[in-house]
Ligand binder design. Sequence first.
Ligand code: ADP
Ligand code: MG
Length: 543
Amino acid sequence: MSTYGIDLGTTYSCIARLDSNGNPEVIRNNEDNSNTLASVVFFENENNVIVGQVAKDNIETDGHRVVQFVKREIGKPTNRTYEFDDKVYTPVEISALILTRLKNIVESQGDTIDDVVITVPAYFGLEERSATKQAGELAGLNVLSLINEPTAAALSYCARQFQEDRTILVYDLGGGTFDVTIIKMSMTEEGGVQKIKVLATGGEDVLGGKDWDDKLYDFILRACCEENGLSPEDLDAETRQDIRSKVEESKRKLSQKEKAKVRIDVNGSRTEIVITRKDFELMTADLVGRTMNYVESTLQKVPDIEIDTVLLVGGSTYMPMIKEAVEARFPGKVQQHDPDQAVAKGAAIYASMLGLAVENDTADETGSESSDDIPTDDKRAELAAKFTVEDQTPRSFGPGVVDTKGTKHKYILENFIKIGEKMPAIATKTYYPIEDNQERVRLRAFENMSMDDSLIPCVNEEGEPQATDPAHNVKLLGELIVNLPPNTPKTTKIQVTFKVDASGVHVEAINTATGDKFETFLRTASDVDIDNSAVHQLRISSD
Ligand code: ADP
Ligand code: MG
C-alpha cells in the first residue's frame, strides 16, 4: 500500500510518491514518455476514451470530441456538461477519467494506490474543493485531503533544504493559469516545526503556456503562408493540426536552444521555418509583463512585506524569459527545481505525513506495513515532525442580516470569518428579530472573496439578485430556517455561529430565550434550496 500526491492540473497532471529513502519521486508516464500527463480527454467512440498526449494530438482535427481545461469548470455554478455518444459527462466525471488514468499508470508499474492527496489552487472555494474530492472518489481513490498548490510547492522546496523563517512568493505559470501566492513559513520555538501559511493570492485563470503557444502558432502559420504565397484560409485542417502539434515542441526546444526549426507539410509541400529565441521573446514580451503586473498587485495586498525567496513553479517557467524577468525584479532570490513536478512532489510529502497519522490510528487493528518500496515509518515520522500545514479558510463567510439604523433598511453581509483564518474557524454574534411576533427567521449564509467586515451580498432580503462587485465573488451557500415561538418580542437575542472547516460550513442559531437550537451544514452552493414565499430576517441592533 502506498500513499500518493496528485497534481490535477489544468493542462498537465502529475503523480508522485516518496521512495524508500523518503525522497519524493514522480511516477513516469511511459506511454507518453513524460513525467506528466496531458489533462485532455478524447472520446474517440463509445467504447474508447483516451486520456493524455494522444487525446491532445486530436484537438485540431477532432476538437468536438475532445475535452480540455476541465479544471476551469469543476465546481462552477455554470454546471457545464459534455455529451458524447448519448452520454452526458460532468466536469467531475471528466476529472475522474484523468485521475483514473493516473491511477492506471501507477498500477501498470506494479504498485497499488490507496490513499491520495490532491492539490487545488489556493483560490478555490468550497464548491470547487468538494467537486475535486468527489472526482477522486469517483476514480476509486481514498482522498485523505486536498492541499493548496503553492503550499505543496513550498513543502517540496523545504524538503530539499532546511529553512529558517521565510516569506516565499510562489510564481506558478502553468499551461492555462497564472497564480501568485505569498506564503509565510515559520519555525515554532520547540523542535523546529515548520508552519506554512498563505498570506495573499493573485493571478489570472486564463493566462498560461497556451498563450505563448498561440503566439507561436500564429507566427508559424503566417510564415508558412508567406513562404508558399498563400493566405491563412488556404490552409487545410491537417496543415493546421500539423502546426498545432509542433508548436509546443518548438516552444520547449526554445527553452534550451537559441533556435528551433519546424518542418510543416503545407498542402503537400514541405516548408521549413526557423524561429529564434529572440523572436519568440519579442512576440510574447507583453505576456511576461502581464505576469509581473500580477506579482506587483499581489505584493500590494500585504504591504511592508519582505520577500526572502521566490519559487518558480509550473512548466512554463522553463522558458528562460520568465526566470530573467523574475530575477530582474528579485535579484538573487529566485529558486527553481523541477517546476512541473514540484506540486505533485509536495502533495506526496503531505500524503505520506497524513498516511502515517492514519496508520498510527489504526495500527492496533492492522499491524504496521512493511515494504521495500515505501519509506520507513522513521523517515515519515521525521517528515511529519518537520511540517504542519495550517489549513486556512479559502474564502470569507458570514450571514446576510438587516441593518435597521438610518431611514432605509439595508440588507448586508457580515463577514464573521475572513480569508486566511486558521481552520477550524469559529465566530459568534447576537442578532434580533426584525419585529415582534415574528414567526421565523431565514438566515442566509454567504461565501465571498472580500476582507471587508461587511458588504452588499449578491441577493437582497427578498432573495432577488443584486449588483455586487464581481471581484468579491459573493456566493449564496444556503439558508437556515429558525422558527420562533408565538409572542416572541423583537428584543429576543438570537445567537448565530459560523464554523468553517475543510469539509464545509456549519451554521447554528440559538434562541437564547428558549434555548431552541437550529443548525445546518453547507458543503456547496448546490445545497441551496431557497423558498422566497416570505421575508423573515434578523437585524443587527437591539434598538
Ligand atoms: P498546469 O498548468 O496544468 O499545472 P504545468 O505546470 O505542467 O501544468 O504547465 C504546463 C505548461 O508548461 C504547458 O503550457 C507546457 O507547454 C509548458 N512547458 C512544459 N515544459 C516546458 C518547457 N521546457 N519550456 C516551455 N514550456 C514548457
Ligand atoms: Mg499547476
